[in-house]
Write a protein that binds this ligand. Structure first.
Ligand code: GLC
Length: 543
């Protein structure tokens, strides 16, 4: 790809040069909701292409697109019925090629979503598999005899509620579905399945795709003896799936071999990357880097998304993560995604600014979720009107995801400028005040803060690839140092609603505030103590 990103080559003393997925910023697009060019109320590829200049202005280095393949859309594209085509709702292969070309011309890489754990039940592979017990593709999926009482083969649960097994009347066996019953799990122990999915990767790599985000990577292979999961003695009632501890269903030892196969395919090409969706505690998460570089480049680190928003807790998590990283492993951080309430909804508008500064100054590749850069909040959609199968299958748990997937707010015009037609999900009520147009160029706006921080990361490599060291702090303050080639930056973040200060013993604090979540406090001189307003975060360049 042309080096149009404006990035100088950054050398890494140990690895030669830093690669785009290390110094870069990734931006997650939920294609159904980003920009609709054809007016059917659902976003599309032409819409994305039309907004690439916006993304270039935001200084993102890569976009990751949630699935754009043909699909019955029971799980909004995570139920794929053809892995090597584009859903007509999103456009054509020609639209896709144009999008890649236009992105690359702007120095923006393109990452696709790979959904290897399951297909749609409408995929020809599954239709063939379920046609008869003697089908040549029978072992492409996980079929089992009923238990002696005729019920499901074991106690495994679906992440979308109920048993993970569905009875097939015609062939009188159960098939496994970790998610919706229309998403049967592939059997990754079958070599033909492995080959078929690795070929899907090659198909898109050959078309110029720069990487994949691999859906539910830690689920890919299950216990071959399908042993029952133990009961969870600490179950808190928050999610039916957690009634059991899924030790036989998730994070099985054999998953490492599959990850290594995928890495092997990525390594057949230049500078391609793999992100793994992995919700596991830190010590297991980092195992997915694999031994000797045979794992994924970036096992997605969701701890900013799942941990309570407290300075002391996050300080512990960041340190634990930094300590756990194997040699040569590159860190990464995620604040929001399409499966959880947005950051501004979880922590409020003031802390969302602190969160932006944290995400963009921590060591490691940040992933921004579309709309977070303008402070979008979840739309309160009543559970009964949610389209998400998770809400429909498990009512009463507040697990529906529609609220975080609403249309991008571009302008104060009809449908927030997202579409000329009626959008598939409601636009947020506040869109006339909260949109890209009013944010652009406004000094105190969230978008300006994001842009200033992404710009700073590009000009000060200490903030992108530099070392990380925790700075002792107390109460609501979280602080750390970033350093490279003699340039040192102190980041201090106030997670609380009252003023706070930082004067760490043994560290000579002399410098200038070069960035603050509170614009009027920029350019302040620091001598000995960093004073923080309520909900303020600062980046101090140390002398
Ligand atoms: C991943 C996706 C989620 C989807 C699920 C099943 O967790 O992020 O949106 O529902 O996988 O494919």
């Amino acid at each position: 790809m042309a080096a149009a990103s404006g990035h100088a080559v950054w050398l890494n003393p140990k690895m030669g040069k830093y690669l785009w997925w290390q110094y870069g910023v990734i931006y997650q697009i939920y294609p159904r909701s980003f920009m609709d060019a054809d007016g059917d109320g659902v976003g599309d590829l032409r819409g994305i292409t039309n907004r690439l200049d916006y993304l270039a202005q935001l200084r993102v280095d890569a976009i990751w697109l949630a699935p754009i393949y043909p699909s019955p859309m029971n799980d909004f594209g995570y139920d794929v019925s053809d892995y090597t085509a584009i859903h007509p709702m999103f456009g054509t292969v020609a639209d896709f090629d144009r999008m890649i070309e236009a992105a690359h011309a702007r120095g923006i890489r393109v990452i696709l979503d790979l959904v290897p754990n399951h297909t749609s039940d409408d995929h020809p592979w599954f239709r063939e598999s379920r046609s008869s017990r003697r089908s040549l593709k029978r072992d492409w999926y996980i079929w089992h005899e009923p238990a002696p009482d005729g019920g499901p083969p074991n106690n495994w649960l679906s992440e979308f509620g109920g048993s993970a097994w569905e009875w097939d009347v015609k062939t009188q066996q159960y098939y496994l579905h970790t998610f919706h019953r229309s998403q049967p799990d592939l059997n990754w122990r079958t070599p033909d399945v492995q080959e078929a999915m690795l070929d899907v990767m090659r198909f898109w790599f050959d078309r110029g795709v720069d990487g994949f985000r691999v859906d539910v990577m830690w689920h890919l292979i299950k216990d071959d003896q399908i042993r029952n999961n133990p009961l969870n003695p600490d179950y808190d009632g928050s999610h039916p799936y957690r009634r059991l501890i899924p030790i036989y269903q998730e994070d099985r030892p054999e998953v490492a071999d599959i990850v290594a196969m995928m890495r092997g395919v990525a390594d057949e090409y230049e500078e391609r990357t793999l992100l793994g969706e992995i919700y596991l505690p830190i010590e297991r998460l980092v195992a997915y880097y694999g031994p000797d570089g045979r794992g994924v480049h970036l096992p997605h680190n969701f701890h900013l998304l799942t941990e309570p928003w407290e300075a002391r807790r996050l300080a512990e998590v960041i340190d634990a993560y930094e300590r756990a990283l194997p040699a040569g492993a590159w860190p990464n951080w995620v604040l929001s995604n399409h499966d959880f309430p947005r950051i501004a909804t979880r922590v409020g508008p003031e802390q969302a600014r602190v969160a932006a500064m944290l995400l963009l100054t921590l060591r490691g590749t940040p992933t921004i979720y579309y709309g977070d850069e303008i402070g979008m909040v979840d739309v309160a959609i009543p559970e009964e009107s949610m389209q998400d199968p998770k809400a429909q299958n498990m009512p009463g748990f507040g697990l529906g995801r529609d609220g975080a997937r609403t249309p991008m707010q571009w302008t104060a015009g009809p449908h927030a400028g997202f579409s000329v037609g009626a959008p598939w999900l409601p636009v947020a009520d506040d869109y006339a005040r909260s949109n890209v147009e009013v944010n652009l160029g406004a000094d105190g706006s969230m978008l300006t803060l994001y842009q200033r921080l992404t710009t700073l990361r590009r000009s000060e490599r200490a903030l992108a690839t530099g070392s990380y060291a925790a700075v002792p702090a107390a109460g609501d303050v979280l602080s750390y140092l970033r350093e490279e080639e003699g340039r040192r930056f102190l980041v201090a973040l106030n997670f609380g609603g009252t003023r706070a200060s930082l004067a760490p013993p043994g560290l000579r604090l002399l410098g200038e505030v070069i960035e603050s979540t509170h614009p009027r406090r920029r350019r302040k001189t620091i001598d000995g103590v960093v004073e923080l307003d309520a909900h303020e975060g600062v980046v101090v360049r140390l002398a």
